[in-house]
Design a protein around this ligand. Structure first.
Ligand code: NDP
Ligand code: 8X3
Length: 253
C-alpha cells in the first residue's frame, strides 16, 4: 500500500506542485482547497500520469464545521494518512498597520493559523493512534523576520513557526515528526491573491530576478517526508539565490 499524504491548499501553487510530486513518488494523495473545478483537473492529471490514488475534498479551511465534514470523508484506507502538509494560506493586502483592513486580517488569521489548527486537531489523533506520522507546516521567511507593511501576515507566519515548535514537543512522545518549511519569494498565485487580482502589482514582485518556483518547495517537502524513521528535518529556510532576506532582493535593471 502506498503511503498517504493530505495536502491542504492543493488547488494552486506550492500545494498543487507538492501533490503532483508526491504522487509521482508513489504517495496516494488527499487534495484540498475551495476551488472544486481545480481539484477535478488536478485529480484527473495525477490519475492519468501516475499510478497513485487521489481523494479530492473541497472546503473552506476557515470554517471548522466544513473542515470536520470533509475530514469525516477521509475513511477506509485514507484514515491511515501518515503525512499532513498544512499549506493552505495567503497574504491579503500590504499596508501600514494603522491603515490595514480588518477583513484582510481576519482572513489571514482564520486561514493561516486557525485553519492549520483545525486540520491538525482532526488528523493528529489518528497519527497518535498509529504511533507514526509527519506534519509539515508551511511557514515563510515572513515568519522569521518582519518587513514593511507585512505586519499581520508576518504575525500569522511567526505563529506557524511557534506552533511548529510546540507541536514537535507535544507529539514527539508518539513518534510523530513535525517540520516547518519556510520559503522566500515563490512565484505562484500568492501575489495575485495578495493584490486582489491586480496583476500589474503581482508581476512586479517577481520582476528582474529568478524567484523560487512551487516545484522547488515541493522538492524540499519530498526530501523531508522521505527521510528514514530516525531522521527529522525540524526547520528549513529556502530562498531564491537573489534574495538575501525578506526585504533584500537583487534585481536586474
Ligand atoms: P497560492 O495562492 O498559489 O495557493 C494557495 C492555496 O491555499 C490554494 O490552493 C488555495 O485554494 C488555498 N487556500 C487559500 N485560502 C483557503 C481557504 N480559505 N480554504 C481552503 N484553502 C485555501 O499560494 P502559494 O502556493 O504561494 O501558498 C501556499 C503557502 O505557502 C501559503 O501558506 C503561503 O503563505 C506560503 N508561502 C508562500 C510564499 C510565496 O512567495 N508564494 C512564500 C512563503 C510561504 P483555494 O483558493 O482553491 O481555496
Ligand atoms: C511569502 C513570502 O516575503 O512575500 O510568504 O511575504 S513574502
Amino acid at each position: 500500500m502506498n503511503p498517504i499524504a493530505i495536502i491542504t491548499g492543493a488547488t494552486a501553487g506550492i500545494g498543487r506542485a507538492t501533490a503532483e510530486l508526491l504522487a509521482r513518488n508513489d504517495f496516494d494523495v488527499v487534495i484540498t482547497g475551495r476551488r472544486s473545478e481545480n481539484l477535478e483537473i488536478i485529480e484527473e492529471e495525477i490519475r492519468s500520469k501516475t499510478q497513485s490514488d487521489v481523494l479530492s475534498l473541497s472546503f473552506d479551511i476557515r470554517d471548522p464545521k466544513a473542515v470536520k465534514s470533509a475530514f469525516d470523508r477521509i475513511t477506509g484506507k485514507w484514515e491511515k494518512a501518515e503525512v499532513l502538509v498544512n499549506n493552505a494560506g495567503l497574504a491579503a493586502g500590504l499596508s501600514r498597520i494603522h491603515e490595514g483592513s480588518l477583513e484582510d486580517w481576519e482572513q489571514m488569521i482564520d486561514t493561516n493559523i486557525k485553519g492549520l489548527l483545525y486540520m491538525t486537531r482532526l488528523v493528529s489523533p489518528r497519527m497518535v493512534e498509529m504511533g507514526r506520522g509527519h506534519i509539515i507546516n508551511i511557514g515563510s521567511i515572513a515568519g522569521k523576520e518582519a518587513y514593511e507593511n507585512g505586519n499581520v501576515y508576518n504575525a500569522t507566519k511567526f505563529a506557524v513557526d511557534g506552533l511548529t515548535r510546540g507541536m514537535r514537543i507535544d507529539l514527539v512522545d508518539f513518534g510523530i515528526k513535525v517540520t516547518a518549511i519556510h520559503p522566500g519569494a515563490v512565484e505562484t498565485e500568492f501575489s495575485k491573491v495578495r493584490f486582489k487580482g491586480d496583476m500589474k502589482k503581482a508581476n512586479k514582485v517577481y520582476e528582474g530576478f529568478t524567484p523560487l518556483y512551487a516545484e522547488d518547495v515541493a522538492e524540499a517537502i519530498l526530501f523531508a517526508v522521505t527521510r528514514p524513521p530516525h531522521v527529522n528535518v525540524d526547520d528549513m529556510l529556502i530562498m531564491a539565490t537573489s534574495q538575501a532576506c525578506a526585504y533584500k532582493v537583487v534585481r536586474k535593471k
